[in-house]
Design a protein. Structure first.
Length: 525
C-alpha cells in the first residue's frame, strides 16, 4: 500500500504536549473549599504530570494498571489525569456520590492499584479500604502539613518521556451509575478521546479557542467532565476549577476570572438564576453555557438566551464519551422570533461529524426523520461504546453496530434531535404516549414552580396516567389550580396530570438526574 503521510498516533499525551508548548502560560485556576485560589498554567501541569508519571513508576505502577481518583475539580486532579495516562496507566474516575457498596464493587471490578483522593472523602476511603484489596497505594491530593501529593512530586524530576503505543490502547475508565443492576465500565481509548476532544472544541459545539476561559462545573468524575479538560488542552484555553458549587461561589468566580464558557446540569443554573441577578451582571462575561445531563426548562433557556449568552443544550451519555449532540445557531438564527428560537434551543441539537443517530420502532425498523415519528434512539460513531469493560460475552452495540441509548426521541428534517423521554419513564395513556420531559418543562414555565417531575401511575381505564410532583417557591406558594390552568394552555388536554403533589425536595441520583423510580415507589407506598 502506498503511503504519503507520517504515522502520528492520536495519544492523549500529545494534547498536553501541545498545550504546554504552544499555550504554556495560559492559566489553570483552582478555587478550593477553604476559599484558597491556586494558580498554575499548562506548562506547570505538564511539569507536574511528568513528575507524577515518574512517581507512579517508582511505586511499581505499570502500563495498563487502573489508577483511580476520588476527587472534585482542581489542578492536582488534572495533573493526575495527564500523568497517569502519560505513563501508560488507565485513569479511573470514581464517583464519591455512589454508595459504599457500589464503590467497592467498581474498584474491585476494575482491579485498581492506587487511589488519589481529596481529604473531603477521607472517611469514605477509610470505610472502604478493608474491602478493596487490590489497591496498594492511597495518596491524598490536599495541600497542608501532610502534603502527600506534593511530597510525591517533589521527590521526582520532570524528565519523563511519555509512553508511546497504539492509539487504540485504553486510557480512561468511567463506570455508569448502576441505577439498574451493577455499574458497568466504559473504557475510553486514546484515539476516541482525542477525536472527541478535537470535535468538542469546534464552533458548533463548545466553541473553544485560546481566548476562552472555561469553567467545567460538571465534575471531573462524571463522564470525564464532558471532555472539557481535554478539549481545553487541544485549544490552549484557560481552565477555572472549583471544588465547591454553591451558586454564589460560581457567580463570583465567573465575575472574577472573566469566565466565557461553562458547563453543568440544569440544577446548577437554576440555583444561579435564583441569586436574583435580574440583569445578569454577575455573569456578563459568559458567552457559551453548556447545559446537559437532563432537559433544560424553557424558562432557563429564555433567561440566558435573553442576556446574549449562547445556550448550548447538549445530550450524551457515559457510553458516548459523552457528547452525542449539541444545539448550535442556524444561519437564520437572529431573524427568528424568540419563541421559535426557544423551541429549537429546547431540542438536544445535531450530532457532529463522528456520530450517527437513528430512531427505530419496537421491531427495530428505522423511522423517518419527519419531526413527528417518536422511537427508540440509537447511535454509533468514533467515540461510542462497542462493549463494556471485562464483558466478553455481551456486546453493548448490536450486531449491526448501533448502540441502544435507552432514550425515546424524534429526529427532525433539519438534522436536530429531540429527546421526548427515557424509555423507562415514558407514560402510555390510552395507547398514546405522553412525554414526561415536555410535561415537566411546561410546568416549569408556571410562576412559583421550582422543580417538577412527571411520573406514571397505574389506571384501570387508561393503563397509565400522569402525576406531577412539584417543588414550589417559598416566595410564591403556587396552587394546584394555578398549575393546572397554566398547563391547559401548554399541552394537550389528555396530558393534564390527574394529580399534583407538592414536596419539599425531589430525589436526585449521583449524576444529577431525578430518580423517578424512587418517586414511583414512594407514591405506590
Amino acid at each position: 500500500m502506498l503511503r504519503g503521510m507520517q504515522d502520528w498516533p492520536l495519544r492523549i499525551s500529545r494534547i498536553l504536549d501541545h498545550a504546554a508548548r504552544e499555550h504554556g502560560q495560559r492559566e489553570i485556576v483552582s478555587r478550593y473549599a477553604d476559599g484558597q485560589v491556586v494558580r498554575t498554567n499548562w506548562a506547570g501541569i505538564d511539569r507536574d504530570a511528568r513528575r507524577l508519571a515518574n512517581a507512579a513508576t517508582r511505586l511499581g505502577l505499570a502500563r495498563g494498571d487502573r489508577i483511580a481518583t476520588l476527587a472534585m475539580n482542581h489542578d492536582r486532579h488534572l495533573v493526575a489525569w495527564y500523568g497517569v495516562i502519560g505513563m501508560g496507566g488507565v485513569l479511573h474516575t470514581l464517583n464519591p456520590r455512589l454508595s459504599d457498596d457500589h464503590l467497592v464493587y467498581i474498584v474491585n471490578h476494575a482491579q485498581d492499584r492506587a487511589v488519589f483522593y481529596d481529604r473531603a472523602f477521607a472517611s469514605l476511603v477509610e470505610r472502604i479500604k478493608p474491602r478493596i484489596p487490590t489497591v496498594q497505594h492511597f495518596i491524598c491530593f490536599d495541600p497542608g502539613q501532610d502534603d502527600q501529593f506534593q511530597d510525591l512530586l517533589r521527590a521526582e524530576t520532570e524528565d519523563f518521556e511519555w509512553v508511546e503505543g497504539d492509539e487504540r490502547e485504553p486510557a480512561m475508565l468511567c463506570y455508569t451509575s448502576g441505577t439498574t443492576g451493577d455499574p458497568k465500565g466504559v473504557l475510553y481509548e486514546h484515539r476516541s478521546t482525542v477525536l472527541h476532544a478535537i470535535t468538542a472544541s469546534l464552533p458548533d459545539l463548545f466553541d473553544l479557542s485560546a481566548r476562552a476561559v472555561v469553567m467545567p462545573i460538571v465534575p471531573m468524575f462524571h463522564a470525564a467532565a464532558w471532555g472539557l479538560p481535554f478539549a481545553a488542552g487541544v485549544t490552549g484555553a484557560t481552565l477555572v476549577f472549583t471544588t465547591e458549587t454553591a451558586p454564589e461561589v460560581i457567580r463570583d468566580l465567573i465575575h472574577a476570572e472573566h469566565v466565557t464558557h461553562s458547563a453543568a446540569v440544569p440544577t446548577v443554573w437554576l440555583a444561579l438564576m435564583g441569586q436574583g441577578d435580574d440583569d445578569g451582571a454577575g455573569y456578563r462575561s459568559l458567552r457559551v453555557l453548556v447545559i446537559g445531563g437532563a432537559a433544560a426548562p424553557r424558562t432557563m433557556i429564555e433567561h440566558f438566551d435573553g442576556r446574549g449568552i449562547r445556550v448550548a443544550h447538549a445530550w450524551g451519555m457515559t457510553e458516548m464519551s459523552p457528547i452525542g449532540t449539541l444545539v448550535s445557531p442556524d444561519l437564520d438564527w437572529q431573524a427568528l422570533p424568540q419563541n421559535e428560537r426557544t423551541d429549537r434551543l429546547a431540542r438536544q441539537g445535531r450530532p457532529p461529524f463522528g456520530i450517527e443517530l437513528r430512531t427505530v420502532d419496537n421491531e427495530g425498523r428505522a423511522l423517518p426523520r419527519d419531526g413527528r415519528s417518536s422511537g427508540l434512539l440509537q447511535s454509533r460513531g468514533a467515540w461510542v461504546i462497542d462493549r463494556y469493560f471485562l464483558d466478553s460475552q455481551t456486546m453493548a452495540a448490536g450486531v449491526d453496530g448501533w448502540f441502544d441509548t435507552g432514550d425515546v426521541a424524534i429526529l427532525h428534517p433539519d438534522g436536530s434531535m429531540q429527546i421526548t423521554d427515557r424509555a423507562k419513564d415514558v407514560i402510555k395513556s390510552g395507547g398514546e404516549w405522553i412525554s414526561s420531559i415536555q410535561l415537566e418543562n411546561a410546568a416549569l414555565g408556571c410562576e412559583g414552580v421550582v422543580e417538577a417531575a412527571a411520573i406514571s401511575v397505574p389506571d384501570t381505564k387508561w393503563g397509565e396516567r400522569p402525576v406531577l410532583v412539584v417543588v414550589r417557591s417559598d416566595r410564591f406558594r403556587v396552587t394546584e389550580e394555578t398549575i393546572l390552568r397554566h398547563l391547559a394552555n401548554c399541552v394537550a388536554r389528555w396530558w393534564i396530570p390527574d394529580r399534583i403533589l407538592f414536596v419539599d425536595s425531589l430525589p436526585y441520583g449521583v449524576t444529577g438526574k431525578i430518580q423517578k423510580a424512587v418517586l414511583r415507589e414512594q407514591l405506590r407506598q
